[in-house]
Design a protein around this ligand. Structure first.
Ligand code: HEM
Length: 144
């Protein structure tokens, strides 16, 4: 992470009246992926990640812009195909969400943790649906 990209305590974003500093987002993402690397089930699909600090930086940026912050990395995200090929399914999602929610509670105030939990659950639903559409197309040869 370069100096200008270091998440700060003074830069914040307001999501539906709940405030997050850039550092809040970084702290959650960083700890979450440490827990993922220690999880006997989820560490398996995440073996595709070669550079963890880069992944944490990319995902910190992802949540920051998802929350309405200004983009500061040149990043293109392609989550549907990546998750499909990582073996995404509902069981893995439930486990991912459970670890994510524990991480939120460790680092954030209740209103922040609750809002981010709701957002992550909705994104998980969205990803699940898109994953099934992708599977259908993939199995019928459309995006092979
Ligand atoms: C709400 C739940 C989830 C969200 C919001 C989420 C979000 C993301 C995002 C934004 C990326 C970066 C994609 C890109 O670089 O284009 C990513 C990468 C990844 N996700 Fe998820 N994810 C979720 C659940 C899961 C689950 C359940 C798995 C289990 C298979 C998973 C496995 C991965 C892997 C392995 C990568 C890294 C792919 C790579 O760059 O090699 N994710 N995730």
């Amino acid at each position: 992470m370069t100096i200008e990209n270091l998440p700060s305590d003074i830069e914040f974003i307001n999501v539906n009246g709940v405030q997050f500093t850039h550092k809040d987002i970084y702290n959650v993402v960083n700890d979450f992926y440490t827990r993922i690397q220690q999880d006997p089930i989820l560490q398996v699909p995440f073996q595709s990640v070669g550079d963890w600090p880069e992944h944490v930086q990319r995902l910190t940026h992802f949540w920051w812009i998802r929350f309405g912050g200004q983009a500061y990395l040149f990043s293109h995200y392609n989550p549907v195909a990546k998750h499909f090929f990582a073996g995404f399914n509902r069981e893995l999602l439930a486990r991912w969400l459970s670890i994510f929610h524990d991480t939120l509670k460790t680092h954030l105030k209740t209103d922040q943790a609750e809002l981010w939990r709701l957002i992550s659950e909705r994104m998980g639903e969205g990803l699940s649906m898109k994953n099934e559409f992708f599977r259908r197309d993939y199995e019928s040869g459309k995006n092979a």
